[in-house]
Design a protein around this ligand. Sequence first.
Ligand SMILES: Cc1ncc(COP(=O)(O)O)c(C=O)c1O
Ligand SMILES: N[C@@H](CCCC[NH3+])C(=O)O
Length: 437
Amino acid sequence: MSTQIEATDINNQGHLLIGGVDSVTLANDYGTPLIAYDVSEIRQQIQHFKKIFDRAKVKHQISYASKAFATVAMYQLVKQEHIHCDVVSGGEMYTALKAGFPMDKISFHGNNKSRAELEFALEHKVGCIIVDNFHEIDLLQDLTRASQQPVNIMLRVTPGISAHTHEYVMTGQEDSKFGFDIKSGQAQEAMKKVLAAPFLNPIGIHCHIGSQIFSIDGFVLAAQKMMDLVLKWKKDFAFDVPIVNLGGGFGIQYTDDERPLQPEVFIQAIIDEMKSIAAKNEIDLPEIWIEPGRSIVGTAGVSLYTVGSHKNIPGVRNYVAVDGGMGDNIRPALYQAKYESVVANKMNEPANVTVSIAGKYCESGDMLAWNQKLPATQPGDLIALLDTGAYGYSMASNYNRNPRPAVVFCENGKSQLVVKRESLADITALDLSLNES
Ligand SMILES: Cc1ncc(COP(=O)(O)O)c(C=O)c1O
Ligand SMILES: N[C@@H](CCCC[NH3+])C(=O)O
């Protein structure tokens, strides 16, 4: 749901619709807190990315960065749309496998993959392992020598670019835990090792400069740095890099005053830069891969909460507390992330009260949104926090032993539960009683 809600997103009872489904009905049927996705919006975003590349007529691959939202149903939806996925843990890989997602369309990321995770990836023949460090090269050499099975790999490099975004979501700068540093020669040394390894089949290079990026400069610079490597490795190793993967990071609109660029602007700038460098140096344009996460699911998700207590401190702040919070959305507490909200059962009432939306967790920092202009609320009203589809549920916890919320998919006026609400029994499911002494 975009922050600009259309008239068609409101029914004649003044209720917010999500994927054509009345949000009040969703809350009644599934309870709150509830994360509801408009599935057609996810499909449209994927199609949109595909069309941008198809129009530019360049070889490409779109790999959904599943850390943004990874559940069985989501992998199945991505499978229906025929794109790739990237995973960053054995858990994501296992979920994809359980979903019946084709393993040859999986890229496996991570800065400290365990031997067991790599074994799992090799056993299930993932499409590509995105190798991050020398320890991983050694592990993979051991494992592939033992199995005598080759594996496709890409080297993740850090291009030394500081994207303009929150420092916790910047990843391309030199001082980063991810990838082989280019400047100090690590990337060069890594490539040499890979080329000498009998069972490591290099299919490309990868970089990811960060997340929620609003300017094209970082992407263009990243494209240049990757092409520099392509040219260098052609000269030094007579190796033609088949694929350049530029990661994700395309920013989305969370608040009314943000104006993110459309993905086509970023992607066209990347394509133009790479094409011009390839033409100037008379080499073939490598295949271009991207890994959007947030821009595929972010605006498709809405978090629904029931209003409970109110606290008005005259002249200071008006708090409205809801039945969720940092356990289902850590982003405001972690990154000072901002969201817009509406009262989903009062869409046609005047928004004339300024409130800040507090969660129910035992932390002062457990706030979901500050200074929101909303209609006056009473206990039982339904607040919808918009654009929470990325890194909400996937970063959820059961802090304070609050159960994690349910997730529902809505499409063409129908809803389907895709993640059950955690129960109180689930909360203690892994606990063991103290031994009798
Ligand atoms: C390697 C990699 N690829 C892709 C992504 C997806 O980023 P975003 O959700 O910002 O598109 C991330 C997350 O930042 C990442 O670390
Ligand atoms: N989790 C972050 C983005 C980091 C993505 C992982 N590299 C967010 O919510 O914005």
